[in-house]
Design a protein around this ligand. Sequence first.
Ligand code: DQA
Length: 149
Amino acid sequence: MKFLVLNGPNLNFLGIREPDIYGKQDYAALEDFVRAAAKEYGVEVELYQSNHEGDLVDKIQWAYGKVDGIVINPAAYTHTSVAILDALKAVALPAAEVHLSDVNAREPFRRISYAGMACRRSFIGLGFEGYRQAIRYLKELCQGEQEAE
Ligand code: DQA
């Protein structure tokens, strides 16, 4: 079983950007955390980060036929990108949305999630742990679907 773990703009600046909100650990630490979580659950992961909306759309399209599910933190594009929503709908892979911070407790514009409309579940405000829970959730979901076949 393999999942794509996709991170959007400015997440490469983790540890530098607004540490009170996003924490002091950097993007490399997040990658290590995700790889450790994948190992814990016995799944493969492909990690990708981009600051560009079209790159994220391209990577979601790349995922079609290659992975079993997508963990996505679209960052600011969460609240603006119909293109990412449409890409997730197009590939129709099971997807889970992650946000490090509690987007529902911040500015009102962060309460709208376009990508979230194509995701089975959201893991919000749990920091890095959200990625672990999303991987576990997708694994259980995919296993359930395999057993039902
Ligand atoms: C974020 C929340 C978004 O509102 C913000 O634009 C980000 C990160 C999070 O992980 O908490 O860049 O997705």
